[in-house]
Design a protein around this ligand. Structure first.
Ligand code: AMP
Ligand code: MG
Length: 357
């Protein structure tokens, strides 16, 4: 892009000294603003399918090369995390844990260990709503099976006892995990995306990027701004799929959304989706969409899923305790609720009424 400050011409020359000083000052201002305009970094955006979704990196950089080198490094980091934590990649930490005999100790990477430990803390904090052993029952919920038929109560009841994080034993010194009951499985689907976003952003920063957005299928974190403009995230309506609210994202903020429209199947007019209430083994029914905004993408991701399961009352208690987290909740009747803390940051698009709490 060509960029040169324009030369100003004046119609009449003024002979006095203050006039020429003003003219010099004006030229300096124009030159400086011209230089700033020249240095305006370009916006580079590139997407790649990773961790089961489309990851899009939007990076502001002075050169295409710098943007590409930083983005490639961030993508490699996400691929590395996927190889550690995916349940379907053979040899990953999670695949090895899930294949192990009950009671056997499996040594895993310190990173996966830290995320499982954090998952256990969140399990405690959310009264069991967030539970990575939901995966023990995930085989019952195959939404891509045609025709989809939900599991019956007898099958659900026979497996429910396997969902309980209390039966995941962790040894912090040895970095081992052991599952206490035969048939138990774990899955980091509700938290690993947030971790991947956090790590990808750290890589971008390490490569000297100061303004960027890391977006993994709608869960995202931003740093800096988009050439001085605030980054915006869009919240979609769970049924129409139209963007109904814009969220102004400040430097370092992250947002994660858990929705009943992301992975689901219909059976006899009822929607069955992928967020499982550990107490029933069935899809949680309180909300259609939960978005959590905070400074840590890992917490945003995990608490969005947890709140989805917890329901309104417990969610509000949790949000009152955790002042660093805000939320936008869309309940089963499509009524929109939002933390009062977000009042300045939401841009309502179209016919939406927000009830603040
Ligand atoms: P998210 O889109 O972040 O809400 O994550 C949804 C994914 O989390 C699901 O596809 C499951 O892999 C996993 N999951 C479902 N229910 C739970 C739960 N109660 N606790 C933890 N993870 C869950
Ligand atoms: Mg989540």
């Amino acid at each position: 892009m060509m960029c040169t400050p324009k030369r100003q011409t004046s119609k009449s020359r003024r002979g006095n000294r203050s006039g020429s000083l003003r003219a010099i000052a004006l030229v300096i201002v124009l030159l400086v603003s011209g230089i700033i305009a020249c240095k305006r970094p370009a916006v580079h955006s590139v997407g790649r399918p990773l961790i089961g979704t489309l990851v899009t990196l939007t990076v502001l950089a002075e050169s295409h090369e710098k943007a590409i080198i930083a983005s490639e490094a961030a993508f490699s980091e996400i691929a590395r995390i996927e190889a550690l934590m995916s349940p379907v990649i053979g040899g990953s930490d999670i695949a090895r844990i899930n294949k192990s005999a009950s009671g056997a100790s499996v040594i895993i990477s310190p990173e996966t260990f830290a995320l499982i430990s954090q998952s256990k803390e969140i399990w405690r904090e959310t009264g069991g709503a967030f539970d990575i052993t939901f995966a023990s029952m995930s085989g019952l919920w195959n939404f891509s099976r045609v025709p989809f038929v939900p599991p019956g109560p007898a099958l659900l009841n026979s497996m429910k006892h396997l969902v309980n994080m209390a039966n995941v034993e962790l040894d912090g010194k040895k970095k081992t995990v052991s599952l206490k009951k035969p048939g138990m499985k774990t899955g980091l689907g509700a938290i690993a995306k947030g971790y991947a976003i956090r790590r990808a952003m750290e890589v971008l920063r390490r490569y000297g990027i100061e303004n960027a957005m890391v977006d993994a299928g709608g869960d995202l974190q931003v740093i800096g701004s988009k050439n001085g403009e605030v980054w915006m995230a869009g919240l979609i309506h769970p049924r129409t799929k139209r963007i109904i609210i814009g969220i102004k994202m400040r430097d370092g903020e992250a947002v994660a959304t858990s929705g009943d429209y992301e992975r689901y199947a219909m059976y006899r007019g009822v929607r069955y989706h992928h967020i499982i209430d550990p107490s029933t083994g069935e899809p949680a029914r309180h909300f259609a969409s939960v978005s959590v905004i905070g400074r840590d993408p890992v917490e945003a991701d995990a608490f969005a899923t947890a709140i989805f399961v917890m329901g309104m009352e417990k969610a509000r208690e949790l949000l009152a305790r955790r002042s660093g987290l805000s939320a936008i909740l869309i309940d089963a009747d499509m009524k929109v609720w939002a933390s009062r803390r977000l009042a300045e940051d939401l841009v309502v698009l179209g016919d939406v009424e927000i009830t603040w709490f």
